[in-house]
Design a protein. Structure first.
Length: 372
């Protein structure tokens, strides 16, 4: 399957939503909520869009090789090499800071589980890079889907996905009890339903059964807008239960991703701004780096330099996060991830697919590459 630029556009939009949320929400900590309104909590839906995209890309990048030897091994190698090297770069910096200031990171969330932070294994504490909680969910997705690749025939994939989704729904009455076992809690989280829905969209794409993408995209955007208005009118709290959050954002996220990719696949939308595709390429770095940039700017420059003036601070912080993130993508993420992937493939003796079988890569919030 050829590279789908619409996936990168979706990643760019989703990541910018999350960036805007953190930029505005951090004013609750540093500026007396000067820039925050309840509607802005809806920007968290960028993460839900990412989870849907993960499911889509996981299917379209593996479907043609589903029943072939080495597919599961290659899949795990690519996932490990895409997630960990860029993440460990930032985790290392924050670990050094944490060692000097143990109470300065995640104190309001029970502190730091350093082992879970470096492995991204499920924990009841946030990782040392706080936004990386989503990466733990990604790893859970990868684990189960990789097992599908290793032991499941392609013809049984739909049934397995539906069964997985049904198991998530059946587990919800026991959600509180499962919290005492982090691995079980993550595997049965409602967020998994967004990933499963994305996989089903991916199947529709590879089978050429995409219908009415335009109305789907419009409906998804309209639902998001209506939900943001409701959040504002009700002065809704920033933190929502996972089940409520998925109930609000899963359907429009699925519709938006389905519509966006469907328009490209059907030939209705074939030209995309290059800068948005580039932003989608660097979206994993942007996701990881932006929160650290914002914290630093709020702490160091907001009060003494900008005098609580958002008209200068907000656009400057946003642009600086883009610049830092793209540099991180060029200098760290892309070369290091590629180096690790090639070395792991060589160690595992995994053959690479032919160039004409290239497809978008699957990174949690990352770049699309041929042959990944």
């Amino acid at each position: 399957m050829t590279k789908l630029q619409s996936i990168q556009i979706g990643r760019a939009v989703a990541c910018v939503l999350v960036v805007f949320y953190h930029l505005l929400a951090l004013s609750k900590d540093y500026a007396g909520s000067a820039f925050y309104e309840p509607a802005f909590s809806g920007f968290k839906a960028g993460v839900d869009i990412f989870f849907v995209i993960s499911g889509v890309v996981m299917v379209i990048t593996t479907y043609s090789r589903f029943d072939k030897d080495g597919t599961a091994t290659r899949f795990f190698i690519h996932r490990v090499s895409r997630i960990y090297p860029p993440y460990w770069g930032l985790a290392g910096l924050l670990t050094l800071y944490w060692l000097r200031n143990p109470g300065a990171i995640n104190a309001e969330h029970g502190g730091v589980d350093i082992v879970a932070s470096w492995t991204l294994f499920p924990s009841d504490k946030l990782p040392i890079v706080p936004v990386a909680w989503t990466l733990t969910y990604e790893l859970m997705f990868y684990l189960v889907f990789g097992l599908f690749l290793a032991f499941l025939a392609k013809r049984r994939l739909v049934g397995a996905l539906i069964a997985w989704g049904a198991a998530i729904l059946l587990a919800q009455p026991f959600a509180e009890a499962l919290k005492s076992v982090p691995l079980a809690s993550f595997l049965t989280s409602p967020f998994v339903l967004e990933f499963v829905g994305g996989c089903l969209i991916g199947l529709a794409i590879v089978r050429g059964t995409v219908r009415f993408p335009g109305p789907a995209l419009l409906a998804g955007c309209a639902i998001f807008l209506a939900e943001f208005i409701v959040l504002q009118v009700l002065r809704a709290p920033d933190a929502l239960d996972a089940r409520l959050r998925v109930g609000l954002y899963a359907a429009p996220a699925l519709l938006v991703v389905y519509g966006l990719i469907g328009l490209e696949k059907n030939g209705n939308w074939t030209t995309f701004p290059r800068w948005m595709v580039a932003l989608g390429d660097a979206s994993y770095s942007l996701y990881l780096v932006h929160i650290l940039v914002f914290h630093a700017l709020y702490r160091i420059t907001f009060g003494p330099v900008f005098g609580a003036s958002g008209s200068v601070f907000l656009p400057l912080a946003f642009v600086l996060s883009l610049v830092c993130s793209y540099l991180y993508f060029l200098v760290i993420e892309r070369p290091v991830s590629t180096f690790v992937r090639l070395r792991l493939e060589r160690l595992a003796g995994v053959d690479r697919p032919h160039a004409n079988a290239a497809a978008p890569s699957q990174a949690p919030f990352g770049a699309t590459r041929p042959q990944e």
